[in-house]
Write a protein that binds this ligand. Sequence first.
Ligand code: TRP
Length: 442
Amino acid sequence: MREHWGSTAGFIVATIGAAVGLGNIWRFAYVTGENGGAAFLLVYLACVALIGLPLMIAELALGRRASADAVTAFQPGAGPLWRHAGWAGVVAAGLILSYYAVIAGWALRYVFGAATGGLWQADAAGYAAYFEGFIGHGMEPVLWQAAMLAAAALVVSGGIKDGIERLNRWLMPLLAVIVVLLAAFAVTLPGGMRGVAFILSPDWSALSRPAVYLNALGQAFFSLGVGMAVFITYAGYLDRRTSIPRAALAVAAGDTAFAIVAGLAIFPAVFAFGGDPAAGPKLAFITLPQVFAQMTGGIVIGLVFFLLLAAAALTSMMSLLEVPVSVLVHRWQLSRARAVTIVSLAVFLAGLPSALSYGLLRHWSIGGLPLLDLVDQTTSNILLPLAGLVCAVFVGWRLKPVVALTNADLGMTGVGWIWLWLLRIVVPATIVVILLRSSAWR
Ligand code: TRP
């Protein structure tokens, strides 16, 4: 018999766990910092509401309708083109996971560094050297990458209800409490309010830069986790009692709230200690430890922060892993344990170039990009929107409107039609724009 979630609440918590990850903490902070703060946030919110949410509803509807895996979901009644369309999302999920595990491994490495004190030995200016020393140190990044993958594999091999759902049920509420406490502490730092203003009071001049819109859209895709068949897969284990629009609303709201609160934990601390909010991807790994090192109680705060980062990454890794796993279990009738083993090994091997891209393979850059950045940008900027486009077109145009609307629990209502037309026109048009601009927007 096919597995199911234990309850609607369990499904929603697990799906929030998939959405909340490195994207909300590490990526949201640096992308917001680089794109001018509060004005970027407004564009981001619009992207979540007008593109992310409709696409999430479409993925959920498609997944529950098929009650199967992400490849099978595109097949009922479809021609030869659609027969294989689902693979785009499956392959993309595996590729994202391959480098995501590497960055999650960095976070885990910092947890240990903070706990053992090694992290605090670097002098205040030495965190760049500390970070580069670690990511360039022989096979060490591979060790941490493997540890994170093994943890995700262990949970996923426990199954949907007893593995994924159970872990998320206690971990996600804990993470929510931690991020709120971190933010409450950060905003009370002397000078912290400038960080609050940075993300909450818009500087409208940022809106004249086109890159702001494209970055906001890319960030919305990544942070919500749409486009990679995660929601198709998770909804494949869902029953009819759960309202899809409500679940999607809860997940999108939870994900966005998490990112904003994480921003309220990070930027006040950065401003209070004179860090650079536009430091880029190294914000969490170089700027923040520097800030923690100067702060009273920073040793504990730093440890808690990196624990949060690693744990949030873990629950997202589980969702990415489940996408190919469910395909192998469902289509090839492999046992879950075997499917998890095969997929994690493949993902581990695929991630080796990324893990070593700042060390042993540092000279292998392609087009000036280290391998990890190359995989990150190709998947986020090309594969992710492409897979999202496939899903929007399938649900928007290929399914009959009645079928799409009923499966999304929207019916032939006004809201339902608004959703369908967003999915038909706004979502594909915007995605095509990102794809055309993807070479120019970094
Ligand atoms: N959304 C997660 C994050 O914010 C990462 C993630 C999970 C993801 N599933 C995904 C990203 C699917 C893209 C597509 O870190």
